[in-house]
Design a protein around this ligand. Structure first.
Ligand code: SF4
Length: 231
């Protein structure tokens, strides 16, 4: 072994410095965990990125067990890799873009994979998103998903800007809560089934969040911090 240090990967905030055989061994272990598709009940999930423009206090990525799979990626997967990992989703109730990150960071990839799924299998497709797509890609970004995505679940998570910034800590800073609501509004007439969701978190006014959803004519859902949900 030489004394040369190599940065292998940053996982859960920890940078691992290794060299020689240890590097090769850990490299194999980590690559084995390169999970791009996983199942929960009768749904197939696609894990397309670990990047996110929020840093939510309740993020499941911060827990030891997560969703029960190691969804940390050593790099961003390409279109062909996701297509291969998808398998045949015909027997599933839906295909969901949702991993350890915000899928619409990779909006065009989500569009392309969705088109493949629709053309090949006709599956119902859902996207779980933090609602920052317009901030990332410009106004009207959801139009790129028209006719492909059937359901969109947008995390509202707070009734106002101050609470949102306190809980979700968005990298876009002031105005992000308004942008999420605006994005949800832009989905109306584009995506058939829209849900605004909140996590049942201390200090969040669930009823005010429900009122926002009702005023927009979209569905509303309350999720528990561990990922389970209630209507
Ligand atoms: S938006 Fe989702 S993935 Fe991003 S930090 Fe919040 S809970 Fe985690």
């Amino acid at each position: 072994m030489t004394g040369e240090l190599i940065i292998l990967v940053q996982r859960q905030g920890i940078v691992i410095l290794l060299n020689g055989p240890v590097l090769q061994y850990l490299g194999r272990v980590i690559l084995k965990d390169f999970i791009l598709a996983y199942d929960i009940e009768y749904r197939r999930y696609l894990n397309v990125t670990n990047r996110c423009t929020n840093n939510c206090a309740f993020c499941i990525r911060k827990t030891d067990s997560g969703v029960g799979y190691n969804l940390w990626l050593t790099r961003e997967p390409g279109y062909d890799e996701i297509k291969d990992a998808l398998g045949d989703p015909s027997g599933y109730s839906e295909v969901v873009f949702c991993g350890y990150g915000e899928p619409l960071v990779r909006l065009d990839l989500v569009r392309d994979v969705s088109r493949f799924i629709k053309d090949s299998y006709g599956s119902v497709i859902r996207v779980n998103t933090n609602g920052h797509a317009d901030l990332l890609h410009g106004r009207g970004s959801v139009e790129r998903l028209k006719g492909l995505v059937d359901r969109i679940n947008i995390s509202l998570n707070a009734e106002n800007e101050d609470k949102y910034r306190e809980i979700c800590r968005p990298s876009f800073g002031p105005g992000t809560h308004d942008a999420v609501i605006q994005f949800a509004g832009s989905c109306v007439g584009v995506i058939p089934d829209i849900t605004l969701s909140v996590v049942d978190w201390p200090g969040v006014d669930i009823e005010k969040c429900r009122e926002i959803a009702e005023s927009m004519g979209v569905a509303f859902r309350v999720r528990q911090p561990d990922g389970t949900r209630q209507v």
